[in-house]
Design a protein around this ligand. Structure first.
Ligand SMILES: *Cc1c(COP(=O)(O)O)cnc(C)c1O
Length: 620
């Protein structure tokens, strides 16, 4: 895994140049240079870098794929896309998204009132807004307000109750109005074919969402009776996220296409769109053996257009407009999470930890000789000898024949021998070597919280590509387990034989070492939780100007300690007062000492929860 799977998940967004991972765009700066630039401004701890050019790339690739598919099939319907806000509602993302997507009339999808307010304020007039999820009267009224503002908004009905509410809200807003304005109406269908993957509950017959065939017919009658049939214009489905295989989509398209055609023929003449929801998958895998997606965007677009055309043709109805609500595909690759390595937990096995005596037990002397004379030719044999000696030495300790220093020397020497042998034999890997390697894995302590920044790793064991920012011209040999700084043993990404991660052997007291997690832009940010009160990391937007130089903009620092407590609804003024009082009334402090301590306390309160220093020598 020399390139950490970059050729699998990278989509040519990054390159490796002079051992560093670089942005494959404009002047191709390295992630390390960008990281150091931000850190020089005083921001330490984990860092979330956002790249608008990558959002622009995803949007243009999506529209281009459908435009080509439409052209090659001579498809008559239009293609539209909206971004489902639940995937990432952070302002630095959404503002950038709207900025780069203006040429496409790209819109937003909302699933709650707060998301709807974002959509109403950020979507350009004319670009589509779709509204899904369960709705009450107020939410439906908000949709009417959006329509009255001039928005091109579609309410997707999840159940008949919502339709009844729409009819009554319509009366409230439009009765006796000379120019009645009502949002467009979509019907979410309950698919007979089941949803996909870990998110299967989004689609399928037992899904939380959508109307059965009987309900669809009832909805039709209700709309007709309320004289709103001319507003019925979209059929919607969503089969679930991260669809690895395309066949469930094809089944769902056939179902939705036929429902569209049936309702249209029945009399819903203004029905004109099929919304295929999200589900377009992202390749997160770093390993050839575990790819997550077996189709290309081109295949996806062609299948959608082809199947819709087939159905429209056979039922003799107009080819519908196609809407997508792909979120993961648009957002995942735009951000990179940089986590500084604070410490390696295997330093005890460093040669300098040896406590050799003037006269050592013979087997320890032997281990030392094996270590010093290891070569590629004898490595295997010496390794076996060393393991043998270790067993004997541990037995000698149990029987009281050697002391604790001897035992410590044994552990260090055997680990050093295994490490050296692995390095010498790296071109002839064997199962035995791999197993030994797992045994001497290093624990890398990273200045970040997996709960905050990779919640889907914690909740769904989703893997995210990870690699160091530099030294990529040197083969890493340490099997690595990653620890975050939360006090929870679940905040660990363990070394796995089936998905091995190797990192470099470094001395963090001498040099900095950063790991980057990629494809973190979808779902992770808002699902992230403040376990241990670690908050969203410091973030910034990295933009390139016309000359190709990059600029670090819109920096938002991780919340300071008092703001975190304020978010939990603590009375921070009271906390402030009580801390101050405790220092002022402390019995054994001198007046100037109190001043000094108060000054320090307020400095620390203005900082965030992430670690700044771990040991005296380190700059973190
Ligand atoms: C979550 C969701 C999406 C986005 O799905 P992705 O897999 O992220 O593309 C789209 N539409 C609806 C209705 C959703 O609930």
């Amino acid at each position: 895994m020399k390139d950490f799977g970059l050729h699998i998940w990278g989509e040519e967004n990054f390159t490796i140049t002079h051992g560093r991972v670089c942005i494959n765009h404009a002047t191709s700066p390295s992630l390390l240079a960008i990281t150091q630039c931000v850190r020089q401004k005083g921001y330490k701890g984990p860092l979330l870098l956002r790249f608008p050019h990558l959002i622009a790339k995803q949007i243009s690739t999506l529209f281009e794929a459908f435009s080509q598919a439409k052209e090659s099939f001579g498809y008559q319907g239009n293609f539209h896309a909206v971004f489902p806000l639940k995937v990432n509602q952070f302002p630095n993302f959404v503002n950038t998204l709207m900025e780069v997507s203006t040429p496409y009339h790209y819109g937003l999808e909302a699933g709650s009132k707060a998301e709807l307010i974002i959509a109403m304020s950020k979507t350009p007039l004319g670009a589509p807004i779709t509204v899904n999820g369960f709705k009450d009267k107020e939410m439906i009224a908000l949709c009417f307000i959006a329509a009255k503002m001039g928005h091109n908004i579609t309410i997707t009905i999840e159940g008949l109750g919502e339709l009844e509410t729409i009819i009554s809200v319509n009366q409230e807003f439009n009765q006796h109005h000379p120019h009645p304005i009502c949002p467009k109406i979509g019907l979410r269908i309950r698919l007979h074919s089941s949803g996909v993957g870990m998110w299967a509950k989004s689609g399928g017959y037992s899904s939380k969402f959508g109307l059965t065939s009987t309900e669809l017919l009832e909805a039709y009658e209700l709309l007709k009776k309320a004289q709103l049939l001319d507003h019925l214009w979209m059929i919607h489905f969503h089969i679930g996220s991260q669809m690895g295989d395309i066949s469930p989509l094809k089944k769902a398209l056939r179902e939705a296409g036929n429902i569209y055609a049936e309702l249209k023929k029945r009399g819903a003449t203004d029905l004109g769109a099929i919304n295929i929801g999200g589900g377009l998958a992202v390749e997160y895998s770093q390993h050839d053996t575990t790819r997550e997606r077996n189709y290309s965007l081109k295949e996806f677009a062609n299948d959608v257009i082809y199947l819709m055309q087939e159905i429209a043709k056979s039922k003799n109805v107009a080819e519908p407009d196609i809407f997508t609500e792909s979120g993961r595909y648009i957002a995942a690759n735009h951000s990179v999470l940089i986590a500084p390595v604070l410490e390696l937990f295997s330093q005890e096995y460093h040669e300098r930890g040896l406590r050799l005596k003037a006269i050592n037990p013979p087997l320890i002397q032997e281990l030392h000789d094996l270590f010093s004379t290891l070569t590629p030719d004898n490595a295997k044999e010496y390794l076996h000898d060393a393991l043998d000696h270790m067993e004997s030495l541990l037995t000698l300790f149990d029987l009281g024949y050697i002391d604790l220093e001897d035992r410590s020397n044994t552990e260090i020497l055997v680990n050093l021998i295994i490490k050296k042998a692995i390095l010498l034999l790296q071109d002839t890997p064997s199962d035995e070597l791999r197993q030994l390697q797992a045994r001497i894995q290093e624990k890398y302590l990273l200045n970040f919280s997996a709960f905050q920044s990779l919640p889907d790793f914690w909740g769904l064991t989703q893997q995210f590509p990870v690699m160091p920012l530099e030294k990529l011209d040197t083969k890493p040999t340490n099997p690595a387990t990653l620890w975050d700084i939360s006090c929870d043993s679940d905040g660990e990404i363990p070394f796995r034989q089936d998905l091995p991660l190797y990192l470099h052997d470094i001395d963090v007291t001498q040099e900095e070492y950063f790991l980057a997690f990629f494809l973190t832009g979808a779902y992770q940010e808002v699902l992230g939780m403040k376990h241990n009160l670690f908050t969203h990391p410091t973030e910034c937007v990295v933009r390139f100007d016309e000359a190709g130089a990059y600029h670090i903009e819109e920096i938002i620092e991780a919340q300071n300690l008092m703001d975190v407590l304020d978010d939990l609804d603590y009375d921070t003024a009271l906390i402030d007062k009580s801390l101050k009082q405790s220092i002022e009334q402390a019995p054994h402090l001198l007046a100037e000492e109190k001043q000094d301590i108060l000054g320090k306390l307020y400095l620390y309160l203005s900082e965030n929860s992430y670690l700044k220093t771990i040991q005296a020598q380190s700059s973190e």
